[in-house]
Design a protein around this ligand. Structure first.
Ligand SMILES: Nc1ncnc2c1ncn2[C@@H]1O[C@H](COP(=O)(O)OP(=O)(O)OP(=O)(O)O)[C@@H](O)[C@H]1O
Length: 239
């Protein structure tokens, strides 16, 4: 479904993503980890169209999307969340989903919106405005609901679990586990916590200074000395 070939993203002299080749299959749940500044979000930005790669190919279901604008990639089925929730603050929760649907599919589907509100635990909050009346957990749920409202086949989740307290995290993990079957999406998820990523993802890819240094089953990857060095080198706070 997603094919990255030798993707590099440069900011001046810095290769934030450095010659990364990676594949994700339909319905697959892939973890993306690495220390702070490793290039994870930049890779998401390159896939979703927020930054343009300096080199390399990005294909989605066979189509070369590397030069396509964000909305076109969204229409093809690439959806994403942002690390810091980015609702349209002046709009209500429901209106946020309407905008996301228009962006991703071009039309509004009220039944689907009701389903998404229910699924993400936001039913009953649909009339609230996003800026002033939602707690962090609800903002994160809205971020997931918005991404789903664009009708994705691939969902890029950028630290949706970070900062959640234990009960909310458990709820979110159950929600994420349901996504592939219920909504027919594959997932790439950025997450720092090794235990969480191992519980959610049969496969994990590791970035370090922009380079892909490991790709495989969590049990193998997190035993790899180079991976552990990169975590410990980053202060050991993720290990
Ligand atoms: N727009 C930008 N301009 C210049 N440098 C950038 C830009 N965006 C990211 N960088 C740099 O690129 C590198 C990779 O950043 P990125 O945010 O992708 O890392 P990350 O792995 O997502 O980190 P974190 O876990 O902290 O979110 C960092 O050195 C960062 O400072």
């Amino acid at each position: 479904m997603l094919e990255l070939d030798n993707v590099t993203v440069r900011f001046g002299g810095l290769a934030a993503v450095d010659d990364v080749s990676l594949r994700a299959s339909p319905g697959e749940v892939l973890g993306l980890v690495g220390p702070n500044g490793a290039g994870k979000t930049t890779l998401f930005n390159a896939i979703s169209g927020l930054v343009r790669p300096s080199a390399g190919a990005i294909r989605f279901h066979g189509a070369d999307v590397a030069r396509q604008p964000m909305f076109r990639r969204a229409r093809l089925g690439i959806g994403r969340t942002f690390q810091i929730p980015q609702p349209l603050h002046q709009l209500t929760v429901r209106e946020n989903l309407v905008v996301a649907q228009r962006f991703g599919t071009g039309k509004v589907d009220d039944a689907r919106i009701a389903e998404l509100l229910d699924f993400t635990g936001l039913a009953g909050k649909d009339g609230r405005d996003a800026a002033t009346s939602l707690a962090l957990t609800e903002l994160k749920a809205l971020e997931v609901a918005k991404a789903l409202a664009t009708g994705p086949k691939l969902l890029l989740l950028d630290e949706v679990l970070a900062g959640l307290e234990t009960a909310a995290k458990r709820r979110f993990m159950a929600m994420l586990r349901e996504l592939p079957d219920r909504f027919g999406v594959g997932i790439v998820i950025i997450e720092h916590d090794i235990e969480t990523i191992s519980a959610l993802c049969p496969r994990v890819a590791v970035l370090d200074f922009g380079r892909l240094i490991a790709d495989g089953a969590p049990a193998d990857v997190f035993r790899d000395p180079e991976v552990m060095r990169s975590y410990v080198g980053a202060g050991g706070k993720h290990a």
